[in-house]
Design a protein around this ligand. Structure first.
Ligand code: SF4
Ligand code: SF4
Length: 402
């Protein structure tokens, strides 16, 4: 540090880190063992040792919008080998949790999602919304055992579905609930990631004279980052927690599979269904997309189950601190998977009460996953992807002065 430079600690920031799993940060005595074991640490960049001292000093501006902090994939190697029990992996996780709130738009929603004590409100929002729509749609009663069709959930359960403008009432109301939530979450994520990118770019030692076009950005930086994520190259470098890739990979593939199935379902019911009769009901079991949905559902539960067990083991071994930030995402994804499979199985078994209960909880869980994505740990999906793209950008000629 330059002589005479004054450190202005942000005490609120330190307090937040301590409350979000980084309560051990003061134990660090700068031995650099973590930098030796971290697969991301380069010779000239003592990561995460440097970040630990910055965190102790409360240097928020150096840590929020720091691409290296976003690149950390929480493998836990540094924590496992730290001789002081300072848990650098958890401290970095707490900084990321802070960053998602810091960049969160709107701030009120971001702050709501940052604390476990707000979980009842986070659950009440979708629960009341879905109940209100269920009530207003006239669908508030159970079907007969042999006639369970979630395509009639938001409908009056007469013999035929209510059609409005070529769409069934159920599809229309599902779209009205979920499409705005999804678009809003995408917009909020875009705002947050753009602000992070500006912060990261402002910290570059020199700026190049050229900016990449949108097409160059996608082909040179974003796509290579996505390819690397799909290959799980960095996860495979983990030492202490190698099993994590076995959970994260099926989970990622499950999300891709479910996204494909949802898109197919929307095209089938929302577009083709407007012109062709008979496409509004459940997708038949023989349809390849139904098979993909079921395989993806199983992969989702298995993947998150492995991550759940890993996290529990790490906490039992005192290599990780239990936090709302980590457990909300694990619990949320598990709920999506279990309620989705529960709804499907109880529908096939013909148990209306359970089928509708599971379906209601499933709608709630999916809504929470969408709407709260930009502010919870799920946000790492976008923030980390763009941090990896930034990593490639900062090494390119675009980011270097001539
Ligand atoms: S976090 Fe632990 S391993 Fe890293 S420098 Fe501090 S004391 Fe050493
Ligand atoms: S958790 Fe893993 S990737 Fe993150 S700083 Fe520690 S060793 Fe590096």
């Amino acid at each position: 540090m330059a002589e005479g430079m004054r450190v202005q600690p942000d005490l609120e920031f330190i307090k937040y880190l301590k409350s979000a799993g980084g309560d051990t940060l003061k134990k660090c005595y700068q031995c650099a063992t973590c930098s030796v074991v971290c697969p991301l640490s380069a010779d000239k960049k003592p990561f995460p040792r440097k970040e630990m001292i910055w965190a102790q000093w409360g240097l928020k501006d150096k840590l929020v919008g720091n691409p290296d902090v976003m690149l950390c994939h929480q493998c836990g190697d540094c924590t496992a080998y730290c001789p002081r029990g300072a848990k650098p992996g958890d401290v970095l996780g707490a900084i990321r949790a802070y960053a998602y709130v810091h960049y969160g738009f709107p701030q009120g929603l971001a702050k709501l999602c940052s604390q476990g004590k707000n979980l009842p409100v986070m659950m009440a929002i979708p629960a009341l919304l879905i109940l209100a729509v269920w009530f207003l749609s006239g669908g508030m009663h159970l079907p007969e055992a042999g006639n369970i069709d979630f395509g009639m959930f938001f409908d009056s359960h007469k013999e035929h579905p209510t059609i409005i403008g070529g769409l069934t009432l159920n599809v229309l109301l599902i779209d009205l609930i979920f499409v705005p939530a999804f678009v809003f979450a995408l917009f909020a994520a875009y705002k947050g990631v753009s602000a992070m990118w500006r912060d990261m770019a402002s910290k570059l030692p020199a700026q190049g004279n050229f900016r990449p076009s949108a097409a160059q950005f996608v082909s040179d930086f974003l796509l290579p980052a996505v390819k690397e994520i799909l290959a799980h190259t960095r996860f495979r470098m983990c030492g202490a927690n190698q099993n994590r890739v076995n959970g994260h990979l099926p989970l990622l593939l499950a999300f891709i599979g479910l996204f494909a199935v949802t898109t197919y379902g929307m095209i089938r019911k929302d577009i083709i269904g407007m012109f062709v009769e008979g496409l509004h009901g459940p997708i038949p079991l023989s349809d390849p997309f139904k098979l993909l949905a079921n395989v993806s559902g199983i992969a989702l539960v298995v993947g998150i189950g492995i991550l759940w067990m890993n996290r529990s083991r790490m906490e039992e071994e005192n290599n990780a601190t239990p936090t709302f930030y980590d457990w909300f995402l694990i619990g949320e994804i598990m709920t999506v998977g279990v309620t989705g499979m529960g709804a499907e199985i109880t529908r096939l078994l013909g148990i209306p009460v359970l089928a509708y209960l599971f379906y209601f909880l499933h709608l709630m869980a999916v809504f929470m996953l969408f709407l709260y994505m930009p502010y919870t740990k799920f946000a790492h999906m976008v923030y980390r992807t763009f941090a990896m793209a930034f990593e490639k950008y900062r090494e390119s000629s675009f980011a270097k002065a001539e």
